[in-house]
Design a protein around this ligand. Structure first.
Ligand code: C2E
Ligand code: CA
Ligand code: CA
Ligand code: CA
Length: 278
């Protein structure tokens, strides 16, 4: 038993060391990612289940470094958050996405809402509402074309502070949605106080929606609760027509997922959008 224990301990340490080394490597490389122009943004369509038309786009960050290849945001966003680099990187993504939305309007494409992910670290920065307004003003985009995707995590440490920040964003005309809804154990009583306008139903509930009775019940309950609170719903990770049909039956408002399109580079998104010009 002792020997096995010692062995486990050594193994554990090695794994931890490896993780720490990878983290350091990512943070070091990420420091130069912006100035070396290794970051870019892709856009995934959000579609109305009623009309089938694209009503929004979610901006998703991509990073390719020569020495690392393509690194998944699921891996580098946490490293960016822990190192504080998420602040300049997050500002950059927001500006890119806002500028892109302005460009598409100028090109006469059908208007859409640009959704941008916001890390809890960015959300807690004191000047966030001002910073967002400033970027909108500088890029010339009216606030109603922007939506910030927040996770339930933003309210865990300091619910009162989160409510104050949301009120400030709301007063500036900026819309907010709750990302990964259902995974954060957020109390429903909070939802009333949060100035959010949309719930994004997490893809873990959508995945088995056509076969799993529990997932069906959860998704249906979220949609009904949202409707009675006057909130819009969007389902994430929709990959099949069966999932789509269930969501439509339940009167979910919007969907996003590979069934419509994976996240696209700007030119490809533009091509898709211009096809649905009347
Ligand atoms: P998320 O915000 O929940 O984004 C949805 C993720 O699901 C994206 O992964 C998207 O590419 C993927 N996805 C979309 N449709 C489908 C589908 O039909 N099936 C499946 N299996 N997946 C689908 P991605 O782009 O790898 O991003 C992962 C996470 O990284 C995001 O999760 C978000 O939390 C974070 N992230 C990405 N870009 C940013 C950013 O600019 N800022 C911040 N703070 N976080 C970001
Ligand atoms: Ca998101
Ligand atoms: Ca999500
Ligand atoms: Ca997620």
């Amino acid at each position: 038993v002792k020997r096995a224990g010692r062995h486990d301990f050594r193994f554990f340490t090695a794994a931890m060391q490896q993780r720490a080394a990878r983290h350091l490597q990512l943070v070091n490389a990420l420091r130069y990612a912006l100035e070396r122009q290794q970051l870019h943004v892709v856009y995934q369509p959000q579609v109305s289940l009623k009309t089938g038309r694209i009503v929004g786009a979610e901006a998703l960050l991509r990073w390719t470094a020569p020495e690392l290849g393509a690194v998944s945001p699921a891996e580098f966003i946490p490293a960016a958050e822990e190192s504080g680099l998420i602040i300049p990187i997050g500002d950059w993504v927001l500006r890119q996405a806002v500028r892109q939305a302005r460009q598409w309007l100028d090109d006469g494409l059908p208007p859409l809402v640009m959704a941008v992910n916001l890390s809890a670290v960015q959300f807690r920065a004191a000047d966030l509402p001002h910073q967002v307004s400033q970027i909108l003003y500088e890029e010339g985009l009216p606030p109603e074309y922007l939506e910030l995707e927040l996770t339930e995590g933003v309210a865990v440490q300091d619910p009162q502070g989160a409510i104050a920040t949301m009120n400030a964003l709301h007063d500036r005309g900026i819309r907010m949605s709750i990302d990964d809804f259902g995974t954060g154990f957020s109390s429903l009583s909070h939802l009333k106080k949060f100035k959010v306008y949309k719930l994004k139903i997490d893809q873990s509930f959508v995945r088995d929606i056509s076969t799993d009775a529990e997932d069906k019940a959860i998704v249906s309950a979220i949609i009904n609760m949202a409707r009675s609170l006057g909130l819009t719903t969007i389902a994430e990770g929709v990959e099949t027509v069966e999932q789509l049909e269930f969501l439509r039956e339940q009167l979910c408002d919007e969907m996003q997922g590979y069934h419509i399109s994976k996240p696209l580079p700007p030119q490809e998104f533009e091509a898709l959008l211009s096809k649905q010009r009347d």
